[in-house]
Write a protein that binds this ligand. Structure first.
Ligand code: 6MZ
Length: 381
């Protein structure tokens, strides 16, 4: 690891373009945080025309660059007003997947909070069916989103009626992306709603749901509200990842680490004993550089915990968090890590390759991803 490399904007752009060509794994991406600005503006304009929102106010909020943590969560409330109907959920799912695939993300774990909205006849289940319809309607690339092994598949699940487009055009020259889903519990929800999400995840295993995430405004609620649901998820064989340490809530951080989730997101506000615990636990960390800087969770990349964790060879994966909200992409995150931490292409390629070990999909997918990375490594040399 060298020191920071200062790149001109054209050098940074060249680096980003190089990273587009390399296979990558995305493990921390929120569906509604990854929506294209152009789609949000189109949806806002439409609602503006119906007189339901004031378009000019909303346009300003969507296009604003820097946002505090509080503003980000207010923006999510606005995005949800724009996107939360079945048709739009299907549309944004399709677009988000095609966007990730277009920059050579070969495996994506997409997370979203199943939402209930009685006024439009939306249940958590129907929200998720709209997401699955989005997966099925991907046409620009080949998509694989159902489990290869049928170990956890419940044949009685009523979701089986949904069309599954699990195409595999090996050798066709088309891009291919593996997609698996994590269902998020929002920290504003009740314990009962969280349990409903976990049960839905269990029923939808055959449709590519592999785990549960705890997210939402980190200053809201108590994580212990969800402990029973999270424990149940784990007992039933779902993977669990927690947003951990986005704010300095030390008691919570300590308890979350003791829970031993399969991964954690962010890990910004850990104290020395927590770092020791994290490192000895070997829990992989989903690192979201741009998100941490834009929300001012970390004041500067020079002091980002990536450096210490990288030196300690702690398992980590670079992720976007909310590529739409933070105007980023996974290629930008790699390029940023390269310049901020003075890491070469080879070292960061290895980081991407190693992250295959932390995915929540079955061994068959891991093996196929390893082959993709081996073949790309051959071309790098
Ligand atoms: C915590 C976050 C987040 O689920 O509606 N979310 N939670 N920390 C973050 N860091 C900035 N970014 C996004 O996607 C949007 C939801 O994801 C969670 C929030 O609950 C947000 O409402 P879905 O698809």
């Amino acid at each position: 690891m060298e020191t920071q490399k200062i790149l001109t904007s054209s050098e940074a752009e060249e680096e980003r373009r190089w990273w587009v060509t390399v296979p990558k794994v995305e493990l921390h991406a929120h569906l509604n945080g990854s929506v294209r600005d152009s789609t949000l503006l189109e949806l806002a304009r439409r609602l503006g025309e119906k007189g339901r929102i004031a378009f000019s106010d909303v346009e300003h909020v969507i296009l604003k660059g820097d946002r505090s943590c509080r503003e980000v969560f207010k923006l999510f409330d606005l995005i949800h007003v724009l996107t939360t109907d079945h048709k739009t959920v299907t549309r944004i799912t399709k677009e988000v997947i095609e966007d990730f695939a277009s920059e050579n993300v070969v495996y994506l774990e997409l997370r979203t909070t199943p939402k209930r909205n009685d006024s439009i006849g939306m249940s958590k289940r129907s929200y998720m069916e709209a997401v699955i319809n989005g997966l099925s309607s991907v046409t620009e690339v080949d998509i694989d989103f159902t489990p290869h092994s049928t170990d956890h598949h419940d044949p009685a699940s009523s979701c089986n009626s949904i069309a599954v487009n699990n195409v595999d055009h090996q050798g066709s020259g088309r891009k291919k992306i593996y997609v698996r889903l994590l269902l998020s519990i929002d920290r504003r929800e009740t314990a009962e709603a969280a349990m409903e999400t976990v049960k839905l995840a269990l029923e939808m295993r055959g449709l590519g749901v592999v785990g549960i995430d705890l997210s939402g405004n980190p200053s809201v609620g108590e994580w212990s509200t969800y402990l029973a649901a999270l424990q149940f998820a784990r007992e039933q064989g779902l993977y669990v990842t927690l947003h951990c340490g986005e704010v300095p809530n030390y008691e919570e951080i300590n308890a979350m680490l003791d829970f031993l989730p399969q991964r954690i997101g962010h890990a910004c506000f850990l104290r020395e004993p927590d770092w020791v615990k994290l490192k000895s636990s070997k829990i992989p960390v989903e690192i979201c550089l741009t998100s941490n800087i834009m929300t001012d969770t970390i004041s500067s990349l020079d002091i980002h915990h990536f450096v210490d964790l990288y030196r300690a060879k702690h398992p980590m994966v670079l992720c976007t968090d909310d590529s739409g909200v933070f105007s980023t992409s996974l290629s930008k995150e790699y390029s940023l890590a390269s310049s901020a931490f003075g890491l070469g292409r080879k070292e960061l390629f290895q980081l991407a390759r190693d992250s295959v070990e932390f995915i929540f999909a079955d061994g068959g997918v891991k093996q196929e991803l390893k082959e993709i990375f081996s073949s790309a490594a051959g071309k790098l040399e």
